[in-house]
Design a protein around this ligand. Structure first.
Ligand SMILES: Nc1nc2c(ncn2[C@@H]2O[C@H](COP(=O)(O)OP(=O)(O)O)[C@@H](O)[C@H]2O)c(=O)[nH]1
Ligand SMILES: [Mg+2]
Length: 327
């Protein structure tokens, strides 16, 4: 396979090429990795950007339903929409998001939409890179909006927040007055909170929950990347398709404001830096599992266990060896 041909086809918007390109970046084979690296460099040269929206929430809150309704709203406006799923649990469960593609049945038949379920065999560490690169490929393919769905399990939310321009937290109506145990850190990442299922019997509870969260958001420290009034909480019904047009208007306005005030570019630059340093960290850790570093770790470990060296001295020797082995 010729990488430049593939890059050209992706940039031309060929969806089969896009699917193949994503499969390539998901591969763990060394030769595929090298090809993926040149592919990404070539498509980045196209310089396209999409609006990346991260969407997080616990299982059952309505993420897939919302993505289908919002996706159809956007394609009806002529926008091209890509949907990617980030599901760290699929590493164990064997691809739970696969079922979601059937749930997003109407959207998956829409010629302006592209849905990519998460692969079933990713190791946890590979999820971030695979997602980031899939997003980059969708942007290069000319999608206007990339929706990134993730289950709320803490780690994956932090990761998706580092991948998107706008982070949306989806919540269900709460029974009592508790704030659903949403961690403060997650609240602080949210640009928009959507309380879903504001329909039928659940509507009053949804309105109450929304008011509670609006109050809680108000108490958070003001972030420089927010215009007045943000972050915001709204009610929606993904099923009844209400409130989604309003939510989209808020998202667009927020994105436009950030673009005008330099926050968009800043955030992307910061994210690029973050991923660079993450890759270096991961690479260094991976090195420890390969010889000669692995053998050296073992020997020094034995020396420490036998009391011939202190842990600190052995670590210093190990780190010095690593530093000298890097070209
Ligand atoms: N009443 C109501 N049910 C909804 C709404 N959105 C989703 N659901 C239901 O909640 C369940 C889980 O939805 P799903 O989109 O699969 O949630 P996900 O796990 O977050 O992707 C399904 O039975 C949906 O029909 C909504 O707006 N109102
Ligand atoms: Mg889902």
């Amino acid at each position: 396979m010729d990488v430049s041909d593939l890059a050209r086809s992706v940039i031309a918007g060929d969806r089969r090429a896009l699917a193949r390109a994503i499969t390539l970046v998901e591969s763990r084979r060394d030769d595929h990795r090298a090809a993926a690296r040149s592919l990404l460099a070539e498509v980045q040269a196209a310089g396209r950007q999409a609006l990346r929206i991260g969407l997080s929430g616990t299982p059952g809150v309505g993420k897939s339903t919302l993505i289908e309704s919002l996706g159809l709203l956007l394609t009806a406006q002529g926008l091209r929409v890509a949907v990617l799923a980030v599901d760290p649990s699929s590493a164990r469960s064997g691809g739970s998001i696969l079922g979601d593609k059937t749930r997003m049945e109407r959207l998956s038949r829409d010629p302006l939409a592209f849905i990519r379920p998460s692969p079933s065999q990713t190791q946890l560490g590979g999820v971030a890179r695979r997602s980031r690169e899939a997003v980059a490929l969708c942007e290069a393919a000319g999608f206007d909006v990339v929706l990134i769905e993730t289950v709320g399990v803490g780690q994956s939310e932090t990761m998706v927040a580092e991948l998107c321009d706008i982070f949306v937290l989806l919540l269900a109506p709460a029974g009592g007055d508790e704030l659903q145990g949403v961690k403060r850190g997650i609240m602080e990442m949210a640009d928009l909170i959507l309380v879903n299922k504001a329909d039928g019997d659940l509507k009053p509870a949804a309105l109450r929950t929304c008011a509670d969260y609006a109050g809680a958001l108000h108490l958070l420290r003001r972030r420089p990347q927010d215009p007045p009034g943000f972050p915001k909480a709204l009610t929606v019904s993904a099923l009844a398709d209400t409130g989604l047009a309003e939510a989209w208007t808020e998202i667009r306005n927020l994105a436009a404001w950030r673009q005008d005030h330099g926050h968009w570019a800043n955030r992307r630059a910061g994210q690029a830096r973050h991923w660079f340093s993450e890759e270096v960290r991961q690479g260094l850790l991976a090195e420890l599992n390969h010889d000669p570093a692995r053998a050296r770790m073992e020997n020094l470990g034995q020396a420490v266990a036998a009391g011939r060296m202190t842990p600190d001295a052995a670590a210093a020797e190990m780190l010095a060896a690593l530093a000298h082995s890097t070209p």
